[in-house]
Design a protein. Structure first.
Length: 142
C-alpha cells in the first residue's frame, strides 16, 4: 500500500503540475507570490503537517503542492515518511474489521498514540521553523 500511495502522490502531482500550474501561476501571480515564497522557505514542514493531520484530503494536498514550485524529491520524501505510520494504522485496523463488534474497537490506544504523536511532532516542526524565521528576520534587521 505504501508503493500505491507513493505512485498516487507522484502521478497526481505531475498531472496537476503539467496541466494546471502555468495557468494558475500566470492568472494568480500576485496572490501566489507570498505562497510560493513560503513554500520555498518552509513548505516541507507544512506538507508534513497536512499529511499527518488528515486535515486536507491527500488528493487536494498533492494538487496544492503541484500548483506551487515545490520540488518533487522533498515532496515524495515527506509524503512517504509522514504517511507510513498512518498506513500502518489503516492496514492494521483493516485486519481487525472481521473481528470487531463495535466502532470503538477501531480506536485502539496504540493508534491514538501514533496519530497524536505525529500531530505533535508536526506542530513542533512548524514551531521550530517559525522560531528560525524570527531569528533570520532579527538578523537581517540588524
Amino acid at each position: 500500500s505504501a508503493i500505491a500511495f507513493t505512485l498516487h502522490c507522484t502521478l497526481t502531482l505531475l498531472l496537476a503540475r503539467y496541466w494546471l500550474r502555468d495557468f494558475v501561476q500566470t492568472k494568480f501571480k500576485k496572490t501566489l507570490a507570498p505562497i510560493n515564497e513560503g513554500i520555498e522557505r518552509s513548505g516541507v514542514y507544512y506538507l508534513f503537517f497536512l499529511r499527518v493531520s488528515f486535515g486536507v484530503p491527500t488528493f487536494w494536498t498533492n494538487c496544492g503542492c503541484a500548483l506551487t514550485y515545490m520540488h518533487i524529491v522533498p515532496f515524495l520524501g515527506v509524503s512517504v515518511t509522514a504517511t507510513l505510520p498512518m498506513l500502518y494504522i489503516l492496514t492494521s485496523s483493516g485486519k481487525l474489521l472481521g473481528e470487531i463488534s463495535s466502532m470503538m474497537q477501531l480506536f485502539d490506544v496504540e493508534n491514538i498514540v501514533i496519530v497524536a504523536s505525529l500531530i505533535v511532532i508536526s506542530l513542533i516542526l512548524i514551531g521550530i521553523n517559525h522560531q528560525h524565521k524570527k531569528k533570520v528576520e532579527i538578523g537581517n534587521a540588524q
